[in-house]
Write a protein that binds this ligand. Structure first.
Ligand code: ADE
Length: 370
């Protein structure tokens, strides 16, 4: 039988084992918001892996319970998360409150990532960036950088792991609405110290490479589960403790059943992250996620700049890309990553590296330069 993609997502079952009692969940400050949904901080008693103790979580919900498209997107995200299973470099599902789903109350509970999204984090730490490249774009030998190098992983030893988020100001998204209720002013009262600690952290070329590797791993896991992300960008990657990054936001994700390509027709699209075949023929695949990964690398090594600076989203950008225009290697990116970006942006999807190859390439580069 032939089913449409939407019908196929419907067929993914909901496993009651994920149900979490609503009375054990309290909701807190808003962490982020998109055009359909919002994410708030929460506390869950006795959720997955925490026995009877309180665990800080992130809770995803729709903005308006009467918005059918928004509800469908959230239900589809839950099904994708259940199908995915868990991986270190993916924001994992912890539970869901679905009991009042007919009244439109659906809450998806996922891991809380204390440092928020990478795009905002990169921008905030731009001024303390430690560049470990020589003038030719190659990694300096370790001996020359020892005094400079803070550490590959952020130092979190002095910080309470359940402390207040560093990310109460989500990045302005290129196409999502950001106007919504902000955190009340008193919310972070008394927690200034913790935020300052994280603000003082430095990031170096090593961190950027480590993050790119971890994102490739998370995406390789997705691809192995035949899940297409559809919105891979720095704003959708979250930074957790110990320098771990996690791919998040499966609102646009799809389970691929047949040949691994599918057509999408909905309205809002992250144009600057989209592959050429997605822009021209609305074709999406893991190989179009690879193109987005290339744009994400560009975001990493520019420390959170908006791609295609100075170019408006629209016909002109698409025309330029069709005629072969691509972004240059950012100044702070090792030459090696310039080559990777160019390969991710090959016109022919089959000629781009796979996530498995990207993971391997970045790994061997890390081994040879550390
Ligand atoms: N913002 C959106 N999702 C989040 C999460 N899981 N943890 C922290 N901040 C977030």
């Amino acid at each position: 039988p032939q089913f449409s993609i939407e019908e196929q997502t419907e067929l993914l079952p909901y496993d009651k084992a994920w149900e979490f009692p609503r009375c054990r969940l309290t909701l807190g400050v808003q962490l982020g918001s998109g055009c359909f949904g919002r994410v708030v901080k929460g506390e869950a008693i006795g959720i997955k892996g925490s026995r009877e103790t309180v665990r800080t979580v992130a809770v995803k919900m729709v903005r308006s319970q009467t918005n059918v498209a928004a509800m469908e997107s959230l239900v589809s995200e839950l099904k994708i998360l259940i199908h995915l299973g868990s991986h270190l470099n993916v924001v994992n599902l912890l539970g869901a409150c679905t009991k009042k789903i007919t009244k439109g109350e659906l809450l998806i509970i996922v891991e809380y990532c204390r440092f928020g999204n990478l795009q905002t984090y990169l921008m905030k730490h731009r001024n303390s960036f430690i560049n470990l490249l020589d003038e030719f774009g190659n990694m300096k030998p370790d001996s020359e950088t020892e005094e400079l190098q803070p550490s590959i992983l952020p130092d979190i030893s002095s910080v309470d792991k359940n402390s207040i988020a560093d990310n109460e100001n989500p990045a302005p998204s290129p196409f999502y609405s950001t106007s919504d209720t902000e955190a009340p002013e008193w919310w972070n009262y008394g927690h200034q110290q913790e935020r300052d600690t994280s603000q003082n952290k430095t990031i170096s070329t090593h961190d950027l490479i480590s993050w790119s590797f971890q994102i490739a791993r998370g995406m390789e896991y997705l691809a192995s589960k035949k899940v297409l992300h559809g919105d891979l960008a720095a704003r959708n990657v979250l930074l957790a403790d110990d320098g771990v990054v996690k791919v998040a936001d499966f609102g646009m994700a799809k389970k691929m059943y047949y040949e691994g390509n599918y057509e999408r027709t909905e309205g809002l699209m992250p144009v600057k992250w989209m592959a050429i075949e997605s822009l021209t023929a609305r074709i999406f695949s893991s190989q179009s996620d690879v193109w987005s990964f290339g744009v994400l690398l560009w975001e990493l090594f520019t420390l959170g700049e908006v791609p295609y600076p100075g170019m408006d989203v629209g016909h002109l950008l698409i025309k330029e890309i069709k005629s072969g225009y691509r972004m240059e290697k950012p100044e702070n990116a090792p030459n090696f990553f310039g080559v990777i970006m160019a390969n991710c942006w090959k016109t022919e999807p089959k000629e781009r590296p796979t996530f498995r190859q990207l993971e391997e390439m970045i790994n061997s580069h890390m081994e040879s330069s550390v």
